[in-house]
Design a protein around this ligand. Sequence first.
Ligand SMILES: [Mn+2]
Length: 272
Amino acid sequence: MADPVIRIFSDLHFGDARSRLGDPAMLAPLLQGADEVVLNGDTVDTQIPGRPSGWEEIAEYLSRAGPRPTYLTGNHDPDLAAPAELSLADGRVWVTHGDVFYEAIAPWSHHAGDLRRRLAALRAEVTEADWARVETRLRLNRVASLALPGLLDVTRRGPAAKAARLARTLFPPTRIIAMVRAWRDTPALAGAVARAERPAARVVVLGHTHYPGVWNAPGAPGLTVINTGSFSRPFGGLFVELAGGRLQVRRIVETRGEFRPGRLVAERDLEN
Ligand SMILES: [Mn+2]
């Protein structure tokens, strides 16, 4: 039997008015030819309790689209019944949403203060040795992300909702600085955690910051960090394909109302 083809996507943010994924069926060309797909967090936004998230719709579509779906949690869908990390290719590829690489989950967000306070309280409940483990921090990040106060309803559409979101994106300007800093630091942060806690990993796959790219991790020779971006503007996304000991990174392009595989961005042999 041929090696299975596994594709990894992240940050679909289905149901969010800012996501370009208006209909799950737009994913069809990206799923074609895959045996398994990994949805690496923020597939939907479940952070406002009681508000319909679109989860049933996307999960129903992916359950019958062909490839077997595996979901991982992100900070926007922290309550999915799913793990927060996944190791593939005998541990050589480590997949996690990416929040665990940052102090306060999303230090650029309007909720950074609340997240910081919540995490400090949760940290006080565990030992330092336990906190040092990435699985503990992932678990507590999920607890801290549930039902934050003052969340903007991202499913609202129309000019007023759009203007409110734009204002929230641009102000205060220190937010932009924090965002750019997070983008800049991603390869080093992800590389350091992987080296310390998932030493078999040669590749780390994350999303979360919505800034797509492929980097060599500074200070961790031989370790590649891949951010698959998102299905939102302005940067769009990449996807990872694993098959037969090879890893490929491709651009996701949107044409004729569907998302499809675009140009090859990077390639890596996982055997050496
Ligand atoms: Mn996220």
